[in-house]
Design a protein around this ligand. Structure first.
Ligand SMILES: [Zn+2]
Length: 478
């Protein structure tokens, strides 16, 4: 309907002016000439035209032979190519190609923060900014244009978020919690602000909000340290509810680390906007599936972190895939292949996780099939890992086109940004990935990247500070 309206607008020469920052309302379509006006106003180039492309945008059925115009930072027109006469912009031939929204990873912990030199807590030296910037580059290289950092050292992630927003670094959009918030002694304690009493510690919450400006607050509700480990302290649910309400009252969404159905339910009824993990401790009940479908609480899929231990132990050759070679230094891959692999092979945790991964996959599939909102998250820190998450979601029995929706639109819903991101629609921010092969036929084709656009600009791959350098693409962009 919108696209018909647009055609009518073009025909009668009606002109709606787009504002510089807010998305145009869904019904108000900018006419062709405003694209050039917007470009002139923002000082950007005349923009781009993706012509004759197949759109796979996660919320519409696939649309063939479409034209997408981008001016400034936004998508200004989406129309059948037959109706796209005289639009301004640099032409990009999309014949035989596929345009998807930029991929998202809504659960990462950016490298260079708490993982520096394997040290913990008080021993930490300064954050490794270069490692962080390299990891951010690996996301863009892999077509991931948005990430949410779900807990890090504030002095690492927050300056990078500021630099990303100022356009100073090549990076996906960064949303972050900064420090997360825990009950003293509970899960994630070492990268957290510790709160034991709401009234007594309110000043700490105010400081966190004022100084770190979390996009989404991350909390934890976990007595087993993510998986079956010795019991640790748990945040009381009434405290969780008070903190959640307080952040919401400051306009901030929340997410909670949980791994069991019981704690997931408690977090949801404490008011949490999202969950940071699926249930991994055992098969979910039918009533939980129904509840997730009814409430549509988005949750991050995070299958990759659990699966990556046995994957390294049994199939270290995955480290030779082009995206991993680009995303990691040679030394990092060497350490993983030898030292880390031997450690992981020796510990029961690896094999417990191998058993639980198919159970977690089935939990995710059931909730997706019932109408719940699965979002794409890895709990890892490279673009290569995000693509592993897509494979594991398909492996769970979810159709590739649905997996694209999970990694785009649903992830934007998780972030509370679906009005700005996550689909190819007029008025949305122009975060796009052009592919040379059909990702709805095979999810691996999401690596057949021709170009990545973020905020209306094409990423110059040669400028990405990739830890392992650019690699020959598995599928050439031809
Ligand atoms: Zn995490």
């Amino acid at each position: 309907m919108q696209r018909i309206l647009l055609t009518m607008a073009l025909a009668v020469g009606v002109c709606w002016v787009t504002t510089g920052h807010a998305a145009a309302p869904r019904g108000a379509q900018p006419a062709a000439q405003t694209a050039a006006q917007t470009a002139a106003k923002t000082g950007a180039q005349a923009g781009y035209l993706f012509e004759h492309v197949t759109l796979l945008d996660g919320i519409h059925a696939p649309q063939r032979d479409m034209t997408v115009a981008v001016a400034g930072e936004r998508i200004t027109t989406v129309t059948p190519s037959a109706l796209a006469q005289g639009l301004p912009g640099q032409r990009i031939d999309g014949r035989g190609k596929y345009l998807i929204p930029g991929l998202m990873d809504v659960h990462i912990h950016l490298k260079g923060g708490f993982d520096v030199a394997g040290k913990v807590d008080a021993e930490w030296g300064p954050p490794d900014r270069e490692a962080g910037i390299g990891a951010l580059a690996s996301f863009l290289y892999a077509g991931v244009t948005t990430v949410y950092d779900a807990g890090n050292r504030a002095e690492h992630i927050l300056p990078l978020r500021a630099d990303e927003r100022a356009g100073k670094i090549l990076s996906p959009r960064i949303f972050a919690t900064g420090n997360l918030i825990t009950y003293p002694g509970s899960h994630g304690d070492s990268m957290a602000v510790r709160i034991s009493d709401f009234e007594k510690d309110k000043a700490l919450l105010d400081k966190h909000i004022a100084e770190q400006q979390p996009d989404i607050l991350k909390l934890t509700l976990e007595e087993e340290g993510w998986g079956s480990r010795p019991m640790i302290t748990l945040m009381p649910t009434d405290l969780l509810e008070k903190i959640t309400r307080y952040y919401n009252q400051h306009g901030i969404r929340t997410t909670v680390h949980v791994s069991s159905e019981l704690r997931a339910l408690e977090a949801i009824y404490a008011g949490s906007d999202t969950l940071a993990h699926p249930v991994i401790q055992g098969p979910v009940s039918e009533s939980f599936v129904k509840l997730m479908a009814a409430k549509k609480t988005p949750f991050a899929s995070t299958l990759t972190i659990g699966e990556n231990y046995s994957r390294l132990a049994e199939h270290p050759e995955y480290l030779d895939q082009p995206l991993y070679v680009a995303s990691l230094t040679a030394a990092e891959r060497d350490t993983l292949r030898n030292k880390t692999r031997a450690e992981w092979q020796a510990r029961p945790w690896t094999w417990w996780m191998k058993i639980m991964t198919p159970i977690a996959q089935e939990n995710v599939r059931k909730i997706h099939a019932a109408g719940g909102v699965v979002a794409c998250g890895t709990d890892q820190t490279t673009g290569a890992a995000t693509h592993r998450e897509l494979e594991l979601l398909v492996g769970a029995g979810i159709a590739p086109l649905d997996v694209i929706r999970i990694a785009t639109y649903n992830s934007a819903v998780f972030l509370g940004k679906a009005d700005q991101l996550g689909s190819v629609d007029t008025g949305k921010l122009a975060d796009l990935v052009l592919l040379s092969r059909d990702p709805s036929a095979d999810i691996a084709n999401t690596t057949a990247i021709v170009l990545v656009m973020k905020n209306g600009r094409i990423i110059d791959e040669s400028q990405l500070p990739l830890p392992g350098g650019r690699q020959k693409r598995r599928y050439p962009p031809g």
